[in-house]
Design a protein around this ligand. Structure first.
Ligand SMILES: Cc1cc2nc3c(=O)[nH]c(=O)nc-3n(C[C@H](O)[C@H](O)[C@H](O)COP(=O)(O)OP(=O)(O)OC[C@H]3O[C@@H](n4cnc5c(N)ncnc54)[C@H](O)[C@@H]3O)c2cc1C
Length: 378
């Protein structure tokens, strides 16, 4: 690709598209950023905002997450609106068996790279005094961080438009892409948007474009349920997770998970784990469930909600404020467990999707890697 022809088009206003726009602008491109809806409302605004290094599989995935974490911190220092907080996480053990599995993870050779250690119950309470429940210890990861998912996209766009690249970044909400050609996308009005590099980051809508038909077999959609409470007065100094997260995050493939025994029926039925993040106003984002088979239920289901709230109450040892919002979200995940799918579907047109439950974490490094693959940067 010629370095003097520097126009790029990015479709998709979620975190993957937005971070591609940011890295393209940084590399000197002028970027047109197309978003189908009036404002992005996909997985990127529905998530916890966890920049979650602790659960990443050793090797490429951990490397991507660590690079991304550094970039979140760097840009977070320039863009306070991201709400980046390096607050770490505690994955809490409630039984001797959970404790043993976590201790074994803390002995893994990668524990230092992740900044993971095992804390005894009194150390856990010193780290996060809001934990008033009966706990048997916890894995602490000081590299885990949080951003504000409902603010981050707007904050990044504002940064691009007004500070990083005035005149070189244009956001086009309400612009739905319906076709791809060499070095171009076509919107519903038939308008072509052409660029030297074109990135399609339409999240779970990965199979809606001509040329993307073959991708369906390599990706799947996953539906999650979440909720948020009214402000909870005690301050949570870290994000929280429970031992069921060990069953889902690939980092923990190396530990004796069989010691955890069977999940409860409701947890197994909904592939449930507890994650808790406190928002700046004190509200608690609590989740989540996973459904893998389409078509998904259109309704939110109460059983897992009750279970998640009960677990959060037990861990915090306190009553929770009322729930003020519940929602679902759908993400695209690579069927082979890869970090993401990046495919040139037309000359100069790359679709980038499928980061699964790690897209908010890894988007900065995924975007940087697309520029390398496309030969834009070395
Ligand atoms: C409930 C939930 C919790 C999660 N928690 C976390 C977490 O804490 N940490 C983490 O790392 N990851 C988390 N994830 C995963 C993460 O949110 C996703 O991997 C990530 O947001 C995917 O980003 P994206 O930009 O690919 O997709 P999206 O955010 O879905 O964005 C895609 C955008 O493309 C637009 N679009 C679609 N079709 C078109 C078209 N034809 N033309 C133009 N625009 C189009 C959509 O309107 C949308 O705005 C969570 C996901 C969910 C659902």
């Amino acid at each position: 690709m010629s370095r003097d022809a520097q126009r790029a088009v990015v479709a998709g206003g979620g975190i993957v598209g937005t971070w591609h726009a940011l890295e393209l602008v940084r590399a000197g491109f002028s970027v047109d950023h197309l978003e189908a809806d009036a404002a992005p409302a996909g997985a990127s605004v529905r998530n916890f905002g966890l920049v979650w290094v602790s659960g990443r599989r050793s090797g490429e995935e951990l490397d991507v997450a660590l690079r991304a974490r550094r970039r979140w911190e760097e840009v977070g220092a320039e863009v306070p609106g991201l709400g980046f907080r390096p607050s770490g996480s505690l994955t809490v053990a409630c039984s001797a068996a959970e404790r043993e599995v976590m201790q074994s993870f803390a002995r893994h050779p990668d524990a230092g790279v992740r900044s993971v250690s095992f804390l005894e119950p009194d150390e856990v309470r010193a780290c996060n005094p809001a934990l008033g429940g009966d706990i048997a210890g916890a894995l602490h990861c000081s590299r885990d961080a949080v951003v504000e998912p409902r603010l981050a996209l707007g904050a990044l766009r504002e940064h691009l438009a007004t500070r990083a690249a005035p005149g070189r970044y244009r956001f086009h909400p309400g612009c739905r892409v319906v076709a791809a050609e060499a070095h171009a996308l076509i919107d519903t009005a038939g308008t072509p948007w052409d660029g030297d590099l074109v990135v399609v980051a339409t999240g779970a809508a990965y199979d809606h474009l001509p040329g993307s038909e073959g991708l369906g077999a390599r990706l799947r959609r996953v539906r999650l349920q979440m909720l948020e409470t009214a402000p909870f007065a005690p301050r949570l100094t870290t994000a929280l997770a429970d031992a069921d997260t060990l069953r889902y995050y690939p980092a923990y493939e190396v530990v004796p998970l069989e010691l955890l025994g069977e999940q409860s029926t409701v947890a197994a039925d909904h592939h449930l784990q507890l994650l808790v993040v406190q928002r700046p106003d004190g509200g608690l984002t609590i989740g989540d469930t996973h459904a893998y088979g389409e078509p998904f239920d259109f309704a939110l289901s109460e059983d897992p909600t009750g279970e998640l709230l009960a677990r959060a109450r037990r861990t915090l040892g306190a009553e929770l404020p009322p729930v003020r919002r519940r929602w679902e979200g759908v993400y695209a995940q690579c069927a082979d467990g890869g970090v993401c799918l990046r495919e040139e579907i037309r000359p100069g047109v790359f679709i980038v999707t499928g980061p699964g439950g790690r897209g908010m974490t890894c988007a900065p490094a995924i975007a940087a890697d697309t520029l390398k693959v496309a030969g834009v940067v070395s």
